[in-house]
Design a protein around this ligand. Sequence first.
Ligand code: 5GP
Length: 206
Amino acid sequence: MNFLEEKILMDGTIKQGNILKIDSFLNHQIDIDIMRQIAYELKRRFRDVEVNKVLTIESSGIAIATMLGNLYDVPVVFAKKGESANVTDDKYVSQAYSFTHKRMNNVFVSQPYLHASDKVLIVDDFLADGQASLALMDLVHQAGAQVAGIGIAVEKGWQRGGKILREMGCRLESIAIIDEMDWETQTIRFRQQPERKLTKTNLNMK
Ligand code: 5GP
């Protein structure tokens, strides 16, 4: 079991409606050590990929993206959400249905923050139906830039997002993949992933 799976089992709560609450370390209070480990692990998994920008969506992706941007020493951009963002010439705009808020959001990035020469690593806290990731990919493509990969902390493996993105040929890495979770028994089953241990060398990688 990896560090994030252990942390989820220790501090996560399953809510009705297929929601995993991890407010104590990611979605409300931010555990810097866990964020650091998530960033190191994503950088390790994407070690063969060139990245010159990290892109996420407000708000919970920002902590992970910032840690990762620090490791890569590249700018971090977060897409903003708005129910009625004006589509103007100076923005790339896409749409995403919010799994947690059950509404359609416009998602946008101002044009100066994405360039055709960018190799963008998209990151987010959760992957469920893939709406947020697909909207972020759309913004990158509108800018004429490349998606270097998609890095996720927690993928809910029974929802369709992972399948859609993998079938599109995206390089998708999720640190913890939950295949089943049950609200009544508060149990979680993770998908088996290769084990790895953090070492000093990994921690110092830049
Ligand atoms: P998707 O766009 O892939 O359908 O959903 C991903 C987005 O919805 C993430 O940005 C995350 O904020 C939110 N989300 C989806 N499922 C969960 C969940 O179980 N718990 C929490 N805290 N957020 C979730």
